[in-house]
Design a protein around this ligand. Structure first.
Ligand SMILES: [Fe+2]
Length: 267
């Protein structure tokens, strides 16, 4: 992954490298290969694509596969005692296991990790979080579907998430990593490229099958693009009026909007 800024005053890359590099080191991205790439033309402004990505309010009814393996669709207002116990148990179990492999869980609550951080003008973030008990990979059944990547010695490594403004996010499991890159192509058009990575030595057909590693993020992505296009159509309506954001479910959408406005002021 190569990050480029064309700005005359590029942001500080060293701090990003420190945080992302350290967390992502065990994933072995530099020893990965592209297993599959899918390009999408989404009829939606790129900012609506980010707004969709920054909340999981829509997950319960739109992403049945995603909510089975993750905790971040729960928030402070709907995290029951049982869910709280589950994530605490998963975090504790994972931390015990990972302590010896130098991995660390950095996001231990329900809800999405805070990003972007408009107050600190932070354009990057990475965290590792536990998956629901019984899931070791973001695959349909939660099972490992390709050889372990990078330096992992065990499949139970939760998921690593990386995000950088203005156009990139990545979800990595023990056995594969999925990157999404946005390219604005017009006021109501975004080109999206989704890239599946596996270990460089993994052989398709014997070590992994695309039908095992693709569906989880292909479905989640395509469900999201549909929502983004609907949001665009809604915003185009002469009756459209922006509503208030939920402080429980949409704090990151608020963060994104404030981050974006800040860039305009700085420019
Ligand atoms: Fe989504």
């Amino acid at each position: 992954m190569i990050f480029v800024s064309l700005s005359e005053q590029p942001p500080n890359f060293d701090d990003a490298d420190e945080q992302i590099g350290t967390l992502a080191a065990p994933q072995g991205m530099e020893r990965a290969k592209v297993a599959k790439m899918i390009d999408y033309d989404v009829a939606s402004n790129w900012k609506l694509v980010w707004e969709n990505n920054r909340e999981c309010y829509h997950c319960n009814v739109n992403h049945p596969q995603y909510i089975k393996s993750n905790f971040d669709h729960y928030n402070a207002d709907d995290t029951t005692k049982q869910i709280k116990n589950e994530i605490e148990a998963a975090t504790e179990r994972s931390e015990k296991k990972w302590a010896t492999s130098g991995l660390a869980i950095t996001h231990t609550m329900t809800g999405m990790a805070q990003f972007p951080d408009a107050d600190r003008d932070l354009w990057y973030a990475a965290n590792r979080t536990a998956l629901v008990d019984g899931y070791v990979s973001e695959t349909m059944e939660g099972q490992q579907a390709a050889p372990l990547m990078g330096g992992y010695e065990d499949a139970d490594v939760g998921t690593l998430r990386i995000r950088t403004m203005p156009n990139f996010w990545n979800h990595s499991s023990c056995d594969h990593a999925v990157s999404t890159r946005l390219l604005p192509a017009g006021p109501q058009q975004t080109k999206v490229r989704v890239i599946w990575l596996v270990d460089e030595n993994a052989v398709e057909g014997s070590d992994y099958n695309l039908e095992d590693i693709l569906p989880f993020w292909q479905l989640t992505s395509e469900q999201d693009w549909e929502l983004c296009e609907r949001a665009q159509r809604g915003a185009n309506s002469s009756r459209y009026q922006p509503g208030p954001y939920s402080t429980y479910k949409e704090y990151n959408v608020d963060g994104f909007v404030r981050w974006y406005l800040q860039q305009l002021i700085e420019e």
